[in-house]
Design a protein around this ligand. Sequence first.
Ligand SMILES: [Fe+2]
Ligand SMILES: [Fe+2]
Length: 257
Amino acid sequence: MNVTEIAPDVYRISMFVKEFNLQFNHFLIKDDEPMLYHAGMRQMFPAVREAVSKIISPSKIKWIGFSHFEVDECGALNEWLELAPNAQAVCSEAGAIVNMGDYAIRPAYAMASNDVLNTGKHNYRFIRTPHLPHGWDAGVLFEETEGTLLCSDLLHQNGDVSPITDKDILSVHKASMLEYEHGPLMEYTPYTHQTAGLLTSLADLKPKTLATMHGSSFFGNCSKVLTDLNLVMKEIWAGEDKEGDAHTIPDQVHAAR
Ligand SMILES: [Fe+2]
Ligand SMILES: [Fe+2]
């Protein structure tokens, strides 16, 4: 586990998984009501708990946040809820309705777009981002004083990269996504009629730090990175269907109708 304070009170707890050539980052916010953003996978739980315990007592965690329902985001949620008796999952209203009611051992705290969660010194604004990076229930949290955007899978970069950088992460992201396009992890993010607008609204927040779930966090001109991300996503995923590609209905389905 690699632990780095990437912004005031925001600790990036990172595990590099060689088989996936990928870092899985969990963010611990040290505050009066501590928050863990990304519960992580169940298999990683003992290692993340150990890393958290070097910063705060894990039983003191109050909030467990995540963007969307997926194992790296919230697989170990119930392990954390058992360990921290006052902890509560925090997610979108859709996430609370569709997933948490059945999955979590305690009810989740559902946030509507623009709701603010105060953790003590820090205010986290929730922004609903359906299908960005993916999932109906997706959203992000933005810390308003220090300008840290907890942006989940956006700007995912493969490799064992540095914890935080001001270098070009968009090119690394693009190369990673193009690599995925040749295998089972293709079509990471749907490009919808809302994608450009959502990315513009995130850019308008003028973040100072982008806390990414996979790869380096970024500091510098975050608004430009988010605006340019739209162009990269559009180029990779907004293309027209080609004859014979995976989107077309196979011949045998036509024959069966
Ligand atoms: Fe994801
Ligand atoms: Fe992820």
